[in-house]
Design a protein around this ligand. Structure first.
Ligand code: SAJ
Length: 409
């Protein structure tokens, strides 16, 4: 059995994964270059909100998990750092993964295994990671073993999905794959498939792209139905009763650091070939502006014109999480800024930091100050107190409000 693993990157994926290993009998060091974050973890304070995470964190601490800004000498490393993409070329920027691998090579022993969990586009490991190892005069397969084991967990249900989801492990050498499989089996109850590295890279990006395309289809249907006065939700509900149809839900756009990002890797890497994928991205990216158009239509119909009386409920990229990355509300506010329109009022019970202009931290005050409420995110918080919206003009982009005066996408 492996003695100790070092997980690099204590963010949304690295931290829950580290906690899961630590509570399953594996000795774990979680490393992150962010000193403040490491200090916070060492003081016993969790760094983001996620259901079941505080309990898991407490348990992991009793199991002796360590957090450090340095990398440790161990026989297995897991890299879970962000992989941003270049906004213009749409290509992945593997800078953080490269940096992590360089840091590992500085401390690791011969025979160490480096597992990349961060999402990377097909061939990133061949093009960027193998050369970093070769540069050091190390032979892959002899001195260092490489693997790609992309994460699949969904924010909001991470702890459960870490246990239950099937996983993919891409490796050059099956015996190493079996060793890694055994390690993940310390907590993962789902099927673990061993394949090669490029297949694992592609599969991960394909999974998120599939979901993006399905959501884009729902969003396109929402636009079509709006133009012809049809109820898109009713149509999707009935269509989904067909045994081979499963259309997702329309909404104000697609955010988060996964689904709104990964398909761009395919668009950037396969120009001219990734056509549906590109169309889907454009449709989903058009939704925040579609919401603005709907606000305009509804205000006109209601005889309202004062934009300062419009409030956006929700700033996160989806319900019941505190993550605002690429969120549709941020996209909408940016679109307004581009058009030199004044910023709308915003409230989100999950966001305590001041991130945008006109942001409220008191729900009741927010409601007092607005006449039109646009529901951008269906947090449980609003579902539980929907009646407070009585008397407001409502644009419900998530189909959760059944009050009078509520309009849909
Ligand atoms: N959304 C819709 N309609 C839907 C479902 C989602 O508009 O019917 C929107 C959400 O509101 C959100 C965005 O899509 O803005 C993405 O949310 P999500 O819940 O679909 O997915 P993520 O980004 O939180 O997590 C995804 C998951 N991938 C898949 O389901 C294929 C997760 O399993 C991955 O681990 C994660 O990406 C990742 O890290 O790659």
């Amino acid at each position: 059995m492996n003695k100790k693993i070092n997980i690099i990157g204590m963010g949304y994926i690295g931290l829950p994964t580290a906690l899961m290993f630590a509570t399953s009998g594996v000795k774990v060091v979680g490393s992150d270059y962010n000193r403040a974050l490491v200090e916070q973890l060492n003081q016993g304070k969790i760094t983001f909100e996620e259901s079941g995470l505080p309990e898991l964190f407490e348990h992991a601490r009793t199991c002796g998990i360590e957090f450090d800004t340095n990398y440790h000498t161990t026989d297995i490393y897991i890299v879970a750092v962000p992989t941003p993409y270049d906004k213009v070329s749409k290509k992945i920027d593997p800078v953080y993964v490269i940096k992590a691998v360089r840091g590992i090579l500085d401390v690791c022993e011969v025979g160490a295994v480096i597992i990349i969990e961060s999402t990377v586009s097909p061939s990133t490991i061949d093009r960027f990671i193998r050369p970093v190892i070769n540069e050091k005069g190390l032979v892959i397969g002899r001195d260092i073993h490489l693997a790609h084991a992309p994460e699949r967990i969904i924010p909001g249900n991470m702890v459960d999905e870490l246990k239950k989801n099937a996983r993919t492990i891409g490796v050059d050498d099956r015996t190493i794959g079996e060793r890694i499989k055994k390690l993940y089996e310390s907590f993962c109850e789902g099927e673990i498939v061993i394949t090669d590295i490029r297949t694992a890279e592609m599969t991960k990006v394909v999974e998120n792209t599939y979901r993006d395309i399905n959501i884009a289809f729902a969003n396109e249907l929402a636009k079509i139905c709006r133009s012809d006065d049809l109820d898109v939700y009713e149509i999707i509900r009935i269509a989904n009763k067909h045994p081979r149809v499963n259309i997702l839900q329309p909404g104000p756009g697609v955010g988060g650091h996964c689904i709104s990002v990964d398909p761009w890797f395919l668009v950037g890497d396969y120009p001219g070939l990734a056509n549906i994928i590109l169309a889907a991205r454009k449709i989903n990216d058009s939704m925040p502006e579609f919401v603005l158009e709907r606000v305009h239509q509804i205000m006109k119909k209601e005889g309202l014109s004062d934009l300062s009386k419009v409030g956006l409920y929700g700033l996160t990229y989806k319900e019941n999480v505190d993550d605002v990355r690429e969120s549709p509300t941020l996209q909408l506010l940016e679109a307004m800024e581009r058009h030199l329109a004044p910023a709308l009022k915003v409230f989100d019970p999950w966001v305590s930091k001041d991130l945008v202009e006109n942001q409220y931290h008191d729900f009741d005050q927010f409601l007092t100050d607005v006449e039109v409420v646009v529901i951008m995110v269906a947090h449980q918080h609003i579902k539980d107190q929907m009646s407070k919206l009585k008397g407001k003009v409502i644009l419900d982009t998530k189909n959760v409000c059944h009050l009078e005066n509520s309009y849909k996408l």
